[in-house]
Design a protein around this ligand. Structure first.
Ligand SMILES: Cc1cc2nc3c(=O)[nH]c(=O)nc-3n(C[C@H](O)[C@H](O)[C@H](O)COP(=O)(O)OP(=O)(O)OC[C@H]3O[C@@H](n4cnc5c(N)ncnc54)[C@H](O)[C@@H]3O)c2cc1C
Length: 400
């Protein structure tokens, strides 16, 4: 594997980092106590600036209005964007829209692309992805209650979902629903576009998380789909192909999430070091002079570097052999990188003392919002089992 970064990539990364540092870090000073909606005018000014600089939609091919970065280049840009909670949003690369753009580009019909993808690419609308249900384990997604039953030229959808991120204000949801209950488990569900203004699309609430209800893009909704009727043409891909499509977007999605987490960890380590080298704990003695703090810095450095190498190696393998044959690497980076990030955020808060708990630094936002990294996209334990199964196989032991 070649770890060198081309001159052009280095220039792109430097431009992105400069923008994030100069334009987005200062927002952290004005966002305190504000809802996401209140920040939108400011964030959209920043989006305009990103467009002028030719950096809008880094992950999207140029013919669709993006920068057309390759997989690895976008992964590295994702790290830079991750340093600010607003990075991905301001560049048009935010989850869950980025994933929905990807599947519509790959599997959408011309009509679907025109009607649903174009406004996403333009940043005029938002979307969400609605799979997890309160009454079924998200860690076993093939076991699902929501159904989409054919009725003439329409599907009638019924089901109860929750943790549909960014549903508040989204113009449509991509809903996972069982269309083929008699097929094998992985071929039962389909992905169906449901406009949020369709009768029967009932957003019950934004679920308060860690004391914050959130709003707009920064929220997680509970939704009831009650006899929602949508045309059959709203289905993405073949009937029963919902999981195959989800798998297809999984590899790239994991890499980008992991690189975003590495950006968060880098920012946290940077804040940790700044504080350690400026906070006097006795006259003339900096916090950095204490061995424990040095150990935290060294441990964080090592974990972040290890995580980045693992993620880039996984990305390289996906490029070479595809998502399926890289599934062990994809599982390994998912739990390892989440852990490295959370360890680093926690140490950074500890070094800041009471300041670390306050809203005066971005660390509290990382701490609150990123704890879920060990849960969504498959909890740690599910990924660890995937890895262990493979390792144990080499010893002749087969996990069920
Ligand atoms: C912030 C956030 C955003 C999210 N966004 C979305 C979204 O946009 N769309 C969407 O559809 N969903 C979303 N989710 C839901 C997420 O995908 C699920 O929470 C996740 O799949 C886990 O499912 P669950 O919560 O039902 O936990 P469960 O499946 O009930 O699992 C609970 C716990 O059991 C343990 N466990 C599970 N399986 C095993 C196993 N095999 N071995 C050992 N232990 C195990 C794990 O510790 C796990 O955390 C989001 C969740 C969060 C927290």
């Amino acid at each position: 594997m070649d770890f060198s970064i081309s001159q052009q990539s280095q220039e792109t990364l430097a431009r992105v980092r400069e923008f994030v540092t100069e334009e987005l870090y200062p927002i952290e000073k004005v966002d305190q106590g504000k809802s996401f909606r209140e920040l939108i005018p400011l964030l959209h000014e920043k989006r305009d600036r990103v467009r002028q600089l030719g950096m809008w939609l880094p992950q999207i091919p140029q013919e669709h209005g993006g920068m057309g970065l390759g997989f690895l280049d976008h992964a590295m840009v994702s790290e830079e964007l991750g340093r600010s909670p607003y990075g991905h949003y301001v560049f048009g690369a935010q989850a869950p829209d980025a994933g929905n753009m990807e599947i519509l580009l790959e599997f959408g019909t011309d009509e679907q692309r025109q009607r649903w993808l174009q406004p996403l690419l333009a940043g005029e609308q938002r979307s969400c992805f609605s799979m997890t249900e309160p009454n079924r384990p998200g860690s076993n997604p093939v076991w699902m209650e929501t159904t989409a039953v054919r009725d003439g030229d329409a599907y009638v959808i019924n089901g109860h979902k929750w943790f549909t991120t960014s549903a508040d204000g989204a113009s449509f949801a991509v809903v996972m629903a069982v269309t083929n209950p008699d097929s094998p488990p992985h071929k039962r569900a389909s992905q169906i576009i449901v406009p949020s203004d369709a009768p029967g699309f009932n957003r019950v609430r934004n679920i308060p998380c860690m004391g914050h209800e959130g709003d707009d893009w920064m929220s997680h909704a509970e939704i009831k789909y009650e006899n929602v009727r949508v045309p059959l043409t709203n289905r993405i891909g073949e009937e029963g192909a919902g999981f195959a499509i989800a798998q297809a977007r999984l590899g790239a999605g994991r890499i980008h999430h992991c690189m975003r987490w590495i950006g968060i960890a880098e920012r946290s380590l940077d804040l940790m070091c700044r504080r350690a080298t400026t906070r006097e704990i006795a006259p003339g003695e900096m916090l950095a002079s204490r061995q424990t703090v040095q150990n935290w810095i060294a441990e964080s450095r090592a974990q972040i570097d290890a995580a980045r190498l693992m993620v880039l190696q996984a990305a390289w393998k996906i490029d070479k052999v595809g998502t399926r044959d890289a599934r062990i690497e994809i599982s390994t980076i998912k739990f390892y990188t989440a852990g490295a990030m959370l360890d680093t955020i926690d140490r950074a808060i500890q070094v800041h003392g009471a300041l670390g708990i306050s809203d005066d630094t971005v660390l509290q936002s990382f701490y609150r919002n990123e704890r879920s990294a060990r849960i969504y996209d498959g909890p740690d334990e599910v990924h660890q089992r995937v890895v262990a199964r493979q390792v144990l196989k080499e010893y002749g032991y087969r996990l069920k």
